[in-house]
Write a new protein. Sequence first.
Length: 138
Amino acid sequence: MNLPEKPEILFLCVHNAGRSQMAAGFARRLGGERVIVHSAGTAPGDELNPAVVEAMAEKGIDISDQTPQVLTDAMGRSSDVIITMGCGDECPFYPGKRYLDWELTDPAGKSLDEVRAIRGDIERHVVALLDELLVPTN
């Protein structure tokens, strides 16, 4: 799949309160101006999981200003890569897009230590994705 110089990534889950927010936070930090990042849910929650916010702050990434967002058709259509995280059949399909499904534990109701482990899994996935998508700059 040929990607534009500045690929758009959509991190998609059900509540957009944990996994997708952590992934977006890492992608924004690590990808910087080289990527466009969207994060959304099919049935967004009311607020971010506080343990997720705390776990990301430990890595120096402040996501406390983020709020769960509902997936819009525009997000799906403009994205080059759509990463799904536990939404199964609730995630819509956009033809011609590259899809990856990351099997990650839902941090809802988990302890901070458990969320840290999930955060580590997400960080590894995001690093690998960005390594694949982004051409090194000279």
